[in-house]
Design a protein. Structure first.
Length: 71
């Protein structure tokens, strides 16, 4: 399943259109970058060279979860 399908399904599960869902993820990313929490800042610095798109953010989180669950 591609990232577009993931966004379609996630948006549908929340009774949202895909663009609204994408905007919601983007706002969450903004909140992460505005956070003063050291662990949040470390996570961002360790995983992203610059602010990620919603798709990049979700793909990275998916990769981290997959690695963690396979250990």
């Amino acid at each position: 399943m591609g990232i577009d399908e993931v966004f379609k399904r996630a948006a549908a599960a929340r009774n949202m259109d895909v663009e609204s869902y994408r905007q919601e993820i983007s706002a969450a990313i903004d909140r992460c970058y505005e956070s003063s929490e050291t662990n949040v800042q470390k996570f961002l610095a360790d995983n992203f060279a610059s602010r990620p798109s919603p798709e990049e953010f979700i793909l990275k989180l998916t990769s981290i979860v997959k690695q963690t669950t396979q250990m």
